[in-house]
Each structure stands twice: as structure tokens, then as C-alpha cells.
Write a protein that binds this ligand. Structure first.
Ligand code: HEC
Length: 110
């Protein structure tokens, strides 16, 4: 019991000292503004609009243009994965135009 009391005492002292130390190091929050290096590349060519509207929110165009030539079914699978797995908010009506554009071979501005 004695042993428990002393261990408990040390525990309390450490906790209290820890809390005091933390209180002293309080933060000063200040606003900073900085520019992230924006991905400025956009998809180009006929039918690029729905792709620009839906596919540049989370990653750059390069993530798409770096892919090899893929079949329509594969692109459809990728677009569905973006929607179902990564929760890309792509309107249903845009899915077919996006898949059509991608399966013709996506291109992006430099
Ligand atoms: C909600 C965020 C989000 C949106 C919007 C989004 N993606 Fe993705 N995408 C991801 C994530 C996360 C990955 C995986 C990144 C990694 O593996 O490093 C990814 C990866 C990819 C890849 C790489 C290959 C693969 O299968 O992982 C391709 C191609 C791709 N996305 C295409 C698209 C297209 C086309 C669209 C528009 C329909 C789109 N993405 C919209 C999140 C998104």
C-alpha cells in the first residue's frame, strides 16, 4: 500500500508538472498566407471540359496523362474508382463524356 501511495504520488507530481510546463508553452496562433505550387496544367482538346471540371480537384492532370493508352473499359473502371473509392463528386451525366475523352487519349497543356 505504502509502495502504491508513493508511486501514485510520483505519478501525480509528474502529471501536474507536465501540465504546468505545457501551460507555459502556450501557442500564439497567427495567420500566415502562402501559395501552394498550383498545378496549372489543364486537359486540352475536344471534350476536355468535364474532365477539367471533375478531375483536377485532388491531383494534377499529370496523374492522368502519365497513364499508357488504356481501353474504354479500363478508363471506365478508373473513373468509377475515383467516384466510389475516393469519393470524387462526379455528376452521373459527366461519366460517359469523361470516359469517351480519356479513351481517345488525354492531353494536357504544358
Ligand atoms: C476526390 C479526389 C479525386 C478526384 C476528384 C479524382 N481523383 Fe483520381 N485519384 C485520387 C486518388 C486518391 C488517387 C490515388 C493516388 C495515389 O495512389 O497516390 C487517384 C489516382 C488516379 C489515377 C492513377 C491511377 C489509379 O488508378 O490510381 C488516375 C488515372 C486518376 N486518378 C484519374 C482521375 C480522373 C480521370 C478523375 C476525374 C473523373 C479523377 N481521377 C478525379 C483521387 C481523386
Amino acid at each position: 500500500m505504502q509502495r502504491f501511495a508513493s508511486i501514485f504520488g510520483v505519478f501525480c507530481a509528474v502529471t501536474i508538472l507536465g501540465a504546468t510546463a505545457q501551460a507555459k508553452d502556450s501557442f500564439d496562433f497567427k495567420s500566415e498566407s502562402f501559395d501552394l505550387p498550383a498545378g496549372e496544367r489543364t486537359f486540352t482538346g475536344p471534350g476536355a471540359d468535364p474532365v477539367n471540371n471533375n478531375c483536377l480537384t485532388c491531383h494534377s492532370a499529370g496523374m492522368v496523362t502519365v497513364q499508357p493508352h488504356l481501353s474504354k473499359a479500363t478508363w471506365e473502371g478508373i473513373v468509377k474508382k475515383m467516384i466510389n473509392v475516393y469519393k470524387a463528386p462526379v455528376p452521373e451525366a459527366d461519366v460517359t463524356p469523361i470516359v469517351d475523352y480519356l479513351s481517345k487519349g488525354p492531353s494536357a497543356s504544358k
